[in-house]
Design a protein around this ligand. Structure first.
Ligand code: ADP
Ligand code: NA
Length: 331
């Protein structure tokens, strides 16, 4: 029997991925490749929505791929490639954009937030149609499951609606309807300085983010100065203690330990003890991660070869799916 198909991707929009990307997405990817047919993509076309410098974009695309590898994405088991190397993504995106309502796309909350930030002249049509390109990424591989963080749930709903729309119009089997795969515990990692906002590369202050490629001493310092509350008790309570709860979530996810046992360890101790121990756990993750990352960047030719091979494998899967869509639409 065929194993369930997984697709996911991240944008190469910054020099480093952050701990939210790592826990919300990357660690799930690594786990899921064990028993799924997994396809992982660096979605560089998506990054164009914010007009990156070309040389930066090229470097960041490589760096993002190297971080996937450093986290444990295994090209022997998973397909790892760069979105723009497979032109079928853009072709299917056009078809799907002709199936998406203008109002439907306008209801995407991420677009509303981002366009409000950029203003009307600074907002591109690409930013508006971004979720349609994402739907194309997913439907192009007859994807069953999409591991993402909570912030992508609405976009995934659009992908599902589009797949169902194609099936209603052209018959069942035209598109596979994808399911989100969202692990509740780590679906939303919060900013260290503003623990009610998600950790994000577009954060107001760099001190709230833990970047995987940051200097470990800086990271340790950021964890020790994370915002908590006026209380003393180390207890998981997202509403009353968002800062402490976020630290506990990260601690539990990185050590694989259940929350109650961690809470028990800190009975009679303070937030400072928790922060100190968490800083150690994170540094222990980052040091070997950064070594593996550096190793991959040291041989850019090998990395490029690996990505070229991934693109070929991805294309072999994408071509018949696009051909099916062309056929149905009369192209
Ligand atoms: P960002 O939100 O920093 O712009 P991306 O949009 O590139 O990052 O997200 C890449 C992946 O990481 C997506 O699957 C997204 O859901 C996940 N993700 C991003 N931020 C977080 C977070 N704070 N907590 C959990 N998952 C996250
Ligand atoms: Na995001």
């Amino acid at each position: 029997a065929q194993r369930p198909r997984i697709f996911s991707g991240m944008q190469p929009t910054s020099g480093s991925l952050h701990l939210g990307n790592y826990l919300g997405a990357l660690t799930q990817w690594v786990r899921l490749q064990e028993d799924h047919d997994a396809i992982y993509c660096v979605v560089d076309l998506h990054a164009l929505t914010v007009s990156p410098d070309p040389a930066d974009l090229r470097a960041r695309t490589r760096r993002t791929a190297a971080q996937y590898l450093a986290a444990g994405v295994d090209p022997a088991r998973s397909i790892l490639f760069v979105q723009s190397h497979v032109p079928e993504h853009a072709e299917l995106a056009w078809i799907l954009s002709c199936q998406t309502g203008f109002g439907e796309a306008g209801r995407m909350t991420q677009f509303k937030d981002k366009s409000a930030r950029h203003g009307s002249e600074g907002t591109t049509v690409g930013l508006f149609t971004y979720p349609v390109l994402m739907a194309a990424d997913i439907l192009l591989y007859d994807t069953n499951l999409v591991p993402v963080g909570e912030d992508q749930r609405q976009h995934l709903e659009l992908s599902r609606n589009l797949a169902q729309r194609l099936n209603a119009r052209f018959g069942a089997g035209t598109a596979v309807v994808p399911e989100p795969y969202i692990v509740k515990e780590t679906a939303k990692i919060y900013d260290l300085q503003d623990p009610t906002a998600k950790m994000s590369k577009s954060a107001a202050s760099p001190n709230g983010i833990i970047e995987l490629l940051d200097d470990p001493t800086v990271v340790a310092k950021r964890i020790r100065s994370a915002v908590t509350d006026a209380g003393r008790e180390v207890r998981f309570d997202v509403d009353a203690k968002p800062g402490v709860s976020n630290l506990l979530t990260i601690f539990a996810a990185l050590t694989g330990r259940p929350l109650p046992s961690i809470e028990a360890d800190y009975e009679g101790k303070g937030y400072g003890d928790l922060k100190k121990d968490l800083a150690e756990v994170v540094v222990d993750l980052l040091v070997p991660f950064q070594e593996r990352f550096a190793g991959h960047l040291e041989s850019p030719e090998a990395l490029d070869d690996l990505l070229a091979e991934g693109a070929e494998r991805a294309r072999a899967l994408a071509r018949p799916v696009l051909a099916r869509a062309y056929d149905r639409f009369g192209l």
